[in-house]
Design a protein around this ligand. Structure first.
Ligand code: URA
Length: 195
């Protein structure tokens, strides 16, 4: 049977594939345009995201919004999701088995969106989508393929909050992203020639 957003969301709400569901206030599905050409993928919900049921609404989310603005984007033009849809306790990294349990749901979400570009926010997303040995410090800003989709990783906004010295590198990644958007995206609302 063909997949649908309704079916995927219901499956996520009902999911007990790993123990993270036991501690969640809300399953954090994702937010944005269902036909977005650009998909951002973070690691997993934090405290605010768990309470509000939306990704990147805490301090890291504020910085993500600024990063989007720098290249003429905002939440209404993209889609934002996470590798795991339930909050890991005390914001620890999601474990390998938790990521593996959630990945089929994320893959279905990627297939429904069918984006032209994916941006992994941080090491966990890059290791989950691209390569378990992905080194964010060495490989950020490079283009790879995830299921035939152009995919790059940049620093997670939380890492940029902890270590502002990394921000110039992240800015260079955003410029490369901007270039790729111009090359492969069709939607005119993604272009702002002043940027
Ligand atoms: N960090 C993430 O990786 N995802 C969120 O949704 C919030 C913070």
């Amino acid at each position: 049977m063909e997949d649908s957003w309704e079916k995927l969301k219901a499956d996520c709400e009902a999911c007990h594939a790993c123990a993270l569901c036991e501690g969640r206030s809300n399953m954090v599905f994702g937010v944005g345009r269902q036909d977005a050409e650009i998909l951002f993928i973070g690691e997993g919900p934090g405290e605010q995201e768990d309470l509000q049921g939306e990704p990147f609404v805490g301090p890291a989310g504020k910085l993500l919004d600024t990063m989007l603005t720098l290249i003429g984007l905002d939440r209404s033009k993209v889609y934002i999701a996470n590798v795991v849809k339930c909050r890991p306790p005390r914001n620890r990294d999601p474990r390998e088995e938790e990521r593996a349990a959630c990945m089929p749901l994320l893959v279905r979400q990627v297939e429904l969106i069918n984006p032209r570009i994916i941006v992994c926010l941080g090491r966990i997303a890059a290791q989950s989508l691209l390569d378990p040995d992905f080194r964010i410090t060495r490989q950020h800003g490079q283009w790879f393929q995830f299921r035939g989709i152009n995919t790059m990783a940049t620093y997670h906004p939380s890492a940029l909050l902890r270590d502002p010295d990394k921000r110039p590198e992240a800015f260079m990644d955003l410029r490369l992203l901007r270039k790729e958007i111009r090359a492969v995206c069709h939607s005119t609302e993604l272009y702002d020639d002043r940027i």
